[in-house]
Design a protein around this ligand. Sequence first.
Ligand code: FAD
Length: 485
Amino acid sequence: MTTAEMTTTETTDRTAVVAGAGIAGLAGALALHGIGYRVLVLERGAEPPAGPVEVAAASWVRPAVPQGIHSHTLTSLGVKVLRERAPHVLDAALAAGARLLDLTEALPPGEGGREPGDEELVALGCRRTALELVLYRAVVALPGVEVRHGPAVGALELDPGDGRVRAVRTDGGERIAADVVIDATGRHAAARSWLRGAGVPVAEDRVGPSGLSGFTRFYRLTGEGRPGPLNRGNAAGDIFDHYAGVLHPGDNNTFSIALATLPGDRALHGLLTPAGFTAAARATPGLAAWLADGASEPISPVHAITSPPNTLRGTATSRQRPVPGLFPLGDAACVTNPLFGRGMSLALAHAFRLADLLAAHPTVDAALSRAAAREAESLFLPWYEQSAAADRERIARWRARIQGASAPAARPSASAALASAARTDGTVWRGLTRMLMGLTTPEELLGDEKLHARVRGAAPAPARPQAPARDTLVRLVGAAEGALG
Ligand SMILES: Cc1cc2nc3c(=O)[nH]c(=O)nc-3n(C[C@H](O)[C@H](O)[C@H](O)COP(=O)(O)OP(=O)(O)OC[C@H]3O[C@@H](n4cnc5c(N)ncnc54)[C@H](O)[C@@H]3O)c2cc1C
């Protein structure tokens, strides 16, 4: 389909340009196609490799998406959206080797037995690139959708009269007319510079530090079955008092291990080396069995990333002066700490909510912009606030441990009591897990009085497996690094 065809087609009078073919842009294209739009996706990166997903996922190089080669999991919210809105994509992911993980396997001992709602407590074990590739292939197969690689969207053209979006301009200077422009450009949120370029004031963002440097390595299982339990349902490991070590099962017998510290933690710089990484992973509760001889082999180097801060973009909220026809989507609207693994699920949910809104409001005007901003706020604000608050507390705790001070006394918070009770009480576990997996909001969880009554009556939780102390971990990593150096 050419651009000219897009603007003159008989099949629909609506065209959308989507900037960015990440999870959000692809989900947006799928959702807009579903309501009759003709869609042109402009992706500045190169086309993904051809061939079987299992192989192509490992060789897809995307410099503009640094998180793409890091540990990912799709939480229950994302699975729910796919099941309800794009079941063929979920089926294709499963056919390509992804696995649905039954989170109820992590119920407290003796609390088994199915309950209504448990069918939603699943996550998708799949490398990020594998899921994205499946989604990409589903999108490019759609009639009326074109994905064009190379040109970046560089500017917006607004109607001088009513301020509506009329077209985008690529960085090569091509003008492409559109009724609707979706900013799915990821965490840098390019719409902010498009708006400035068009003379529109940009609303301020809300930003909170995420305080996280991550190190990921991928592995393939070589033995039979799962080497160890998934104590977190979709993951093994935990967030400890000075670092995090978490393992996520992926597609096709792969798994990833992610270790995380505070940015600038020079004493653990050796996590970047395979030997240092392996030493720390082996010392982390829940991970050692997966790395035992004969259980697995590494299939990637260690990748490092500093996570972007938690950010709720002003452009996605009702603080932004409406620009009819422009809609931020996914990370371009809100970024939350990857420790919670919510970004892809929120992007999927956001895409279909936006399409529902566009279907219900055929006129692309300021009222639609305000409705979209309210929708984005209702979806993202609870998670932005939860991530930013949890990170503030964790950063202070980790910093104190790393500096050798005693950690700030943990305030006896409702969430700490919930987390403890969830380790012995199945009902509390379900409530907490539904929130962690994005099926309910933190407010809904904390406002559930019946659940709090159960929390008060819950048996004391058994002691958790101990992670290595800070100085032990530093010594282990340093020794492993030195042994190879
Ligand atoms: C370390 C890490 C681990 C994570 N783990 C998880 C997890 O376990 N589960 C989870 O759900 N989420 C996770 N996330 C979050 C998740 O990766 C993001 O939420 C998700 O990538 C957002 O998708 P997106 O499409 O909005 O942005 P992106 O994936 O960043 O895609 C943006 C796309 O836009 C393109 N682009 C940029 N500018 C332009 C332009 N001007 N014109 C055209 N194209 C452009 C880019 O090339 C890119 O392809 C993690 C994030 C990090 C950093």
